[in-house]
Design a binder for this molecule. Structure first.
Ligand SMILES: [Zn+2]
Length: 92
């Protein structure tokens, strides 16, 4: 089975097989991020939305989530994630 060299965990891991509905980012994410790390982001995403009180109906809200995602997954974005790191609890 194919694997992906993940930029988040640095390991060669199982690729994402689900459709992510991420538009242009979809290919980039799937070639650079493994399934496990994507799962972590899905949990993180909920936190981002809560912490920043993101309105996904607004373009600015969606952009914020996208930025946080790129930063979280090491996709070449640097953004202020201190708010999240302070509150982040790894999944059990
Ligand atoms: Zn990974």
């Amino acid at each position: 089975m194919a694997s992906v060299q993940c930029v988040k965990c640095g390991k060669e891991e199982e690729p994402i097989t689900d459709t992510l509905f991420m538009g242009k980012l979809e290919t980039e994410i799937k070639t650079k991020v493994c399934k496990n790390c994507w799962k972590q982001w899905e949990g993180m995403r909920v936190m981002v939305i809560n912490e920043y009180q993101v309105n996904l109906g607004e373009e600015s809200g969606r952009e914020l989530v996208k930025k946080q995602m790129r930063a979280f997954l090491n996709l070449g974005e640097s953004t202020d994630t201190s708010k999240l790191q302070a509150n982040y609890k790894p999944p059990q």
